[in-house]
Design a binder for this molecule. Structure first.
Ligand code: ADP
Ligand code: MG
Length: 397
């Protein structure tokens, strides 16, 4: 599906003040930036703007400050320094967002230079999408660029606000994310295998429902499998389960059957007698889970079943680990699935969701995937078929 909004390519930025909302919500410890994935992902648009002689004004949130003013641990200063280091560009940082200092720094900014404003969430009006702060931010720019995919699902001041006052377009990251994640519903190369795991059916029901509309095969793993087992009449012992969601789980299986979508559930499992680092696993078939055991991972027969389906696919979308992958003894199923995806060089592989991305990184397989989404919540909302407020606010192409 073609992206339906205007992008930075469609506007003249030469000499213009370009106010850009990025997602610089990176982990920081003792003033040092940890994982730089999100900064790296923002670079193409920033580079484009600098090379086209724009005055680039960057803003972002970082963490969850109280919204009552400056808090050192949530300052974007170390991120601005990291950006300078990674890009090789001149980057100025101003310790202000909505006040006189910020305005003065914007006025002093030269073409081809970058200014980073302080954390937009130091003022609680940001989260309330207060029109006053939107107006203030909009006054800094001639145009607005949204590239913060990770927050595009939030109707907050710096995400949707400026679009009400100045022309608003997308950056390259936002365009690529939306294109990729909506593309699996528009025209996927087939067979299209969707893998959904994680903890709960209740949090993934919208994702499952929409994926059944497009996928040829749906693979289920993780804690949510046990609610599907209940729907099939199996006993699940002390496994994670949501009895209130059994009817919805049944509906999903019925819908898949009606649509001719293969619906794969684990045929065996690794179970343990308690949830903990010291727990040890044993293999049991899905219809033989003992009353005093809980499912922690998919079993070896299931790994093979899933790997075969993945090997035959041309498109894979994956959200949610197959087991409690944070504990090494229950990470095998998730790793087997990740390796099967990595080994299929023919397929377009798209990974979404915070923990799934962490798992792929943990196994060192990130380079083998076609696209790893930078947005957890935003990517899930797209896969649920929802429109993102940040994207909706942009100019139509
Ligand atoms: P994502 O962030 O990729 O969307 P989720 O947040 O839905 O994924 O789920 C990830 C969590 O699910 C992990 O913390 C993992 O330990 C947990 N999980 C997976 N399998 C099980 C299981 N069998 N029992 C309990 N928790 C599980
Ligand atoms: Mg998660």
């Amino acid at each position: 599906m073609a992206f339906t909004k205007k992008t930075v390519r469609d506007i003249d930025v030469d000499g213009k003040r370009v106010l850009e909302r990025v997602d610089f919500n990176v982990p920081i410890k003792d003033g040092v930036v940890g994982d730089t994935t999100r900064i790296k992902a923002a670079l193409p648009t920033i580079k484009y703007l600098v090379e086209h002689n724009a005055r680039v004004i960057l803003m972002s949130h970082l963490g969850r400050p109280d919204g009552t003013g400056y808090q050192a641990e949530f300052s974007l200063k170390p991120v601005a320094e990291k950006l300078a280091e990674m890009s090789g560009y001149d980057v100025t940082f101003v310790e202000d967002t909505y006040g006189e200092k910020a305005k003065a720094a914007v006025d002093a900014l030269q073409p081809g230079k970058i200014l980073v404003l302080e954390n937009v969430r130091f003022d609680k009006r940001e989260k309330k999408n207060d029109p006053e702060i939107a107006k203030t931010l909009a006054s800094y720019g001639d145009v607005f660029v949204l590239d913060a995919f990770g927050t595009a699902h939030r109707a907050q001041g710096s995400v949707v606000g400026p679009a009400a006052y100045i022309p608003a377009v997308a950056g390259f990251l936002l365009e690529k994310e939306v294109d990729t994640l909506t593309g699996i519903f528009a025209d996927p190369k087939r067979p299209f295998v969707a893998i959904v795991g994680g903890s709960k059916v209740s949090s993934k029901i919208g994702v499952l429902d929409h994926l059944i509309d497009s996928a040829d095969t749906l693979i289920i793993g993780g804690g949510m499998a046990y609610t599907f087992f209940l729907a099939k009449g199996y006993k699940v012992g002390t496994s994670l389960q949501e009895p209130d969601w059994v009817d919805r789980a049944k509906e999903m299986m019925d819908k898949a059957e009606k649509k001719g979508v293969k619906f794969l559930l684990p045929i065996d499992n690794i179970v343990a007698d308690h949830f903990g680092e010291d727990a040890t696993g044993e293999v049991v078939d899905s219809d033989k889970i003992p009353d005093d055991r809980m499912g922690m991972d998919i079993g070896p027969k299931t790994e093979k079943l899933y790997a075969d389906a993945i090997a035959a696919s041309k498109t894979v979308f994956w959200n949610g680990p197959m087991g409690v992958f944070e504990m090494d003894q229950f990470a095998h199923g998730t790793q087997a699935v990740a390796e099967a995806v990595a080994d299929n060089a023919e397929c377009t592989s798209i990974i979404g969701g915070g923990d799934s991305v962490a798992a792929v990184n943990k196994f060192g397989l990130a380079d083998k995937m076609s696209w790893i989404s930078t947005g957890g919540g935003a990517s899930m909302e797209l896969v649920e078929g929802k429109a993102l407020p940040g994207v909706e606010a942009l100019l139509d192409a």
